[in-house]
Ligand binder design. Structure first.
Ligand code: NAP
Length: 254
């Protein structure tokens, strides 16, 4: 799988409660979301990141991607469930739930295979890996042809490295104010595994840093590491999308 250096994070297409962005926002309507996706395609972005925990994100993407499924690599998740009514999350890592969740994602996304499926950690990475055998179950789902690759969105170094030992990809937080998970990226580079970076702009807070060009500085920092496969950026602003794509090209010397 060849992912573009940035992917589109789609939390803001599906949910506006329980998020930690600096500013409030209005969820884009279908026309705005379709335009954002078209712009991604024009900019060479081929990776979309979604999850059941992102409110209506998956069920909106299904119809929005009709007729263009082959343009995209879709990453979704299992394990975290968000209740739109209460604005609360709960977690379920049992094999029964994970199978149901994958089938539901396939239906919502109107596809017969999901390119990458990550376990959505609640922070207890090692417990989830050892107690529930989730990464082995993702392997079974690969063999069954329901997903193409598996891994986990982790919150600890130990969990990130264990994920890479047992599967294909770890999604880690890595930005100018959070470099603690660097050893996971080092491990991925040494073992030829995938790394997706979440919160590359510290959920927007990095853009408020008191320096000349904090967005460029963020991407320069992230892409200085050759172990990063792609940074997932959660923007709904076309101007930000364009400037991020340009900043990433500059960071990569393209
Ligand atoms: P992020 O990508 O670091 O930041 C997104 C925020 O930055 C948005 O509020 C966006 O606002 C703003 N922004 C983006 N580009 C900008 C620019 N050039 N100038 C100024 N502001 C800019 O953080 P995130 O959304 O928390 O994380 C990104 C994605 O990672 C999510 O969408 C999700 O797909 C994934 N994620 C996964 C997990 C997990 O546990 N698996 C957790 C968190 C996130 P605008 O919309 O106005 O551009």
């Amino acid at each position: 799988m060849k992912v573009s250096p940035i992917g589109l994070g789609t939390v803001k297409l599906g949910r506006d409660q329980g998020v930690k962005y600096p500013d409030s926002f209005i969820i884009p309507d279908d026309r705005e979301a379709a335009n954002l996706l078209a712009l991604c395609h024009d900019l060479g972005i081929n990776l979309l990141d979604t999850a059941p925990a992102y409110g209506r994100s998956e069920e909106r993407l299904g119809p929005l991607l009709r007729g263009q499924r082959d343009r995209w690599l879709i990453c979704s998740k299992v394990g975290e469930e968000f209740d739109n009514q209460t604005g609360q999350s709960h977690f379920d890592f049992t094999p029964e739930h994970i199978r149901l969740s994958v089938e539901r994602s396939l239906r919502r996304l109107e596809t017969d295979v999901i390119d990458l499926m990550l376990v959505h950690s609640d922070g207890n990475d090692m417990d989830i890996i050892r107690r529930y055998g989730v990464l082995e179950l993702l392997d079974d789902l690969k063999t069954e042809g329901k997903i193409r690759a598996g891994g986990m969105s982790t919150k600890t170094v130990e969990g990130g490295i264990e994920t890479l030992k047992r599967s294909d990809v770890a999604m880690v937080t890595y930005n100018l104010s959070h470099a603690e998970e660097l050893p996971v990226i080092d491990y991925a580079q040494q073992h030829d595994k995938g790394i997706l970076v979440k919160k590359a702009l510290a959920s927007g807070h990095a853009c408020l840093r008191d320096e000349q060009d904090p967005v460029q500085a963020s991407f320069d920092f992230i892409f200085a590491h050759p172990g990063v496969s792609s940074a997932i950026i959660g923007t709904i602003n076309p101007l930000h999308l364009r400037s991020n794509a340009a900043a990433v090209e500059k960071a990569l010397g393209l």
